[in-house]
Ligand binder design. Structure first.
Ligand code: SAM
Length: 204
């Protein structure tokens, strides 16, 4: 999909994401569990409306990136409401040029579904993370359940067109093929949702 069209699609959804940031939808329990492992200087890519801010330990600092101006506006509101000091960048993550090895924690939640080149983004996440840092991921993708995965393949084109996300990406395979090393993983919802604690590791 053309990037400007995708940006507009996400701009239109900013209000909905902002509502979800405030209400305790089921994903909040996963976010809380994963993000308590964050520390130090955090990079959060594709921040959306800033749902994760409330779950970061208070002694952390955050750089948040997104290419949707409306999402960033909502994330700024969330930062104010949650009393978090956040630096924002309006940028395409795939084209982002940040210093290598400069973050203690790199976070992506529900964003690998959106990039045209998720393998490129996973490589970048590993590069931006310090050698002794952590990459924390909450991602959804192709289920290991035969019936569920068939439905995901059938509905993927429609979902991409309507909301700009893919629902049938093999996230675990993408991570396996990336430089990241998985330390711990928890799967839910017929293996379609993954909580992943990884390190930037292996230079390949
Ligand atoms: C499904 S939403 C998830 C938002 C947030 N991470 C969360 O967990 O609620 C995907 C977000 O990624 C952003 N996004 C998608 N592709 C992007 C790109 N190439 N560069 C920057 N932001 C992107 C969208 O604007 C949107 O805010």
């Amino acid at each position: 999909m053309d990037i400007n069209r995708q940006k507009k699609l996400f701009d239109k959804q900013a209000k909905k994401y902002s509502k979800r940031a405030r209400n305790k939808t089921p994903d909040h329990q996963w976010r809380e569990k994963l993000l308590r492992s964050a520390s130090g200087r955090i990079l959060e890519v594709s921040v959306g409306a800033g749902t994760n801010f409330q779950y970061y330990p208070r002694d952390t600092s955050i750089l948040a990136v997104d290419f949707s101006p409306s999402m960033i506006e909502k994330a700024k509101e969330t930062a104010r409401k949650t009393g978090r000091k956040v630096e924002f960048m309006d940028a395409n993550v795939e084209e982002l040029d940040l210093p290598k090895k400069s973050f203690d924690t790199v976070v992506s939640t529900l964003s690998m579904c959106a990039y045209p080149h998720p393998e490129r983004v996973l490589r970048l996440l590993s590069q931006w993370c310090k050698d002794d840092g952590r990459v924390l991921l909450l991602e959804h993708g192709l289920s290991s359940n035969r019936i569920f995965s068939k439905l995901q393949h059938v509905f993927d084109p429609l979902v991409e067109k309507r909301i700009g996300c893919h629902i049938n990406r093999d996230i675990l395979k993408l991570i396996e093929d990336s430089p990241l090393d998985i330390d711990r993983i928890e799967n839910s919802m017929f293996d379609a949702v993954h909580l992943i604690w990884a390190n930037p590791s292996s230079p390949h």
